[in-house]
Design a protein around this ligand. Sequence first.
Ligand SMILES: [Zn+2]
Length: 198
Amino acid sequence: MSSNAEYDAVTSSASTHAVVSDIASDSSAVCTNTTKSVMRIGIGIDTHALASGYKLVLGGVHIKHNCGLVGHSDADVLCHAIMDALLGAARIVGAHDIGELFPDTNPSYKGASSIELLAKVGAILCDNSMRVCDLDSVIIAQRPRLSIYREAMRTNIAAALGIQIGQVGLKATTTEHLGPEGREEGITAHCVALVESE
Ligand SMILES: [Zn+2]
């Protein structure tokens, strides 16, 4: 049975507490939802321009394409949206978004691996007694087709955050050739995250 099938099976059980506990064998990922904890949601949205001569990296996966995303780091728009969603939920002073945490004026982040930055965000949440309960993400791209990369991206994201793959939702969609993504001028990603704070 796949991770998704397992997740679907447990979501039919009665309590949300049981759902998250059942899918998370790693104790660091268990969302205990005690009376003292606070559940917070966050949203992250990011867009980068497409240009020839750049690599296309999404969810830490190098994707074959005739062009890539332009940015100070590796321009992994999916990881950036996830980081902003997590930081939006965490509400840590001095780390309200990735621009504040990893400023593009800092040369040390030039060409940085965003999946590694995502792992740093996960560690920052952990240091602040927060756990990632769940994510759902959407990549908006006219091309290339991303479905064959979905499981590799989910695996990378789950590993970076120390959570189970069943806690990482990921979809890809086109805009039927409408707008900047449809004209292949750029790629956008959205993410919502649920974080538990003790
Ligand atoms: Zn970005």
